[in-house]
Write a protein that binds this ligand. Structure first.
Ligand code: GDP
Ligand code: CA
Length: 324
């Protein structure tokens, strides 16, 4: 069975670990979000691709969910001693090596997809990991400008990482803009994988800045909608709040309530055939089905690999149900 998963960072990566356990013989292609990518200290950092690669390859910092296990921060301390920032983005020494290799290969002319494949040759994630695009796409967030003068623009756009990591999404987001997406082309293999898939899964990743950004690459949304195979999503919102992180803030920016049903309607029946909500949101099943999306309530907390594998099995079972 060929499975395509559109994934962000932590939510996507943890789900994939369960999916691999639930479907050990499946051929899994992951289309990763690169809208979170940022250039720091002259290096290209791809947080979501790395989270997937490290999580599936056994190098992740488990409790934190991102970055490397057994990490040290000597380089960060030395940069701080030079007064070179930003100091709000955590890059450890081991992690730095990944970004150095990536930046060096890109400088030599390799596209991000080829670089990602090379990095995965070390990590052996057990899936085919493709960036959504080889072209630069950077998610920016429109916020109020506290330093705005009386007649200047009152708002400014900041890089998603500045909004998320430095500001902890604590200021209102007025718009989420995937800069460069309109001109971006899907990376080699992306549209082919979607067209050849037997099932397409949306893991419990951020619907706006992870899956939404992937879908914003021209051709991807259309390919998913027209693939003619079950498209099944799992809600990242449980009990009207994100399980982890601040997805409610970016959902609000696009006018979507933080409920499992509202996220399903946001994707819509043109894209989604099935949607899993947590058992605490069982009351939402009827609303989602009324929107033309098959819905089931099952436990959706990724507490360990076994629980996550059960979620993946439920998603695959729902896929077979809608296919029948
Ligand atoms: P990021 O790029 O690291 O922010 O990760 P993703 O976009 O892949 O996923 C973030 C989403 O995962 C958040 O909105 C969380 O609510 C969701 N999430 C994290 N852990 C769980 C879990 O155990 N269950 C569910 N249903 N969602 C989760
Ligand atoms: Ca991310």
């Amino acid at each position: 069975m060929r499975i395509v998963v559109l994934a962000g960072g932590i939510g996507g990566a943890r789900f994939l670990r369960g999916l691999k356990s639930a479907a050990p013989d499946a051929d899994i292609t992951v289309i990763g979000n690169t809208g979170d990518d940022i250039h720091l200290f002259g290096l290209k950092v791809c947080p979501d691709l790395d989270t997937v690669m490290y999580t599936l390859g056994g190098g992740i910092h488990e409790e934190q969910g991102w970055g490397r296990a057994d990490e040290s921060f000597a380089v960060k301390e030395e940069l701080a001693a030079y007064g070179v920032g930003p100091d709000w983005f955590g890059l450890g020494d081991r992690d730095f090596a990944t970004h150095i290799v990536r930046t060096q290969m890109i400088g030599a002319g390799y596209p991000l997809s080829a670089v990602t494949e090379a990095l995965c040759a070390r990590w052996q994630p057990g899936v085919r990991l493709l960036p959504m695009s080889d072209d630069r796409v950077e998610t920016h967030v429109l916020i109020d400008d506290p330093e705005a003068g009386a007649d200047g623009p009152a708002r400014k756009a900041v890089h998603f990482q500045e909004y998320w990591v430095r500001l902890h999404a604590s200021v209102p987001a007025h718009a989420i803009i995937p800069v460069g997406a309109e001109q971006a082309k899907p990376a080699p293999g992306v549209l082919e994988a979607i067209a050849e898939a037997d099932v397409i899964l949306f893991p419990p990743s951020n619907p706006v800045v992870s899956i939404g950004t992937i879908l914003a690459v021209p051709g991807v949304r259309e390919a998913v909608a027209e693939a003619g195979v079950p498209v099944i999503g799992l809600s990242p919102i449980v009990g009207d709040a994100p399980v982890r992180g601040m997805a409610d803030k970016v959902l609000a920016a696009v006018g979507v309530e933080s409920t499992a049903a509202a996220v399903a309607r946001h994707y819509g029946s043109g894209l989604l055939d099935g949607w899993l909500v947590d058992t605490v949101d069982a009351g939402a099943v009827e609303q989602v089905e009324a929107a033309g999306i098959r819905c089931r309530a099952v436990p959706l907390m990724m507490t360990d690999v076994a629980a996550t594998a059960r979620m993946a099995s439920e998603a695959l079972a729902l896929a077979e149900e809608v296919r029948a």
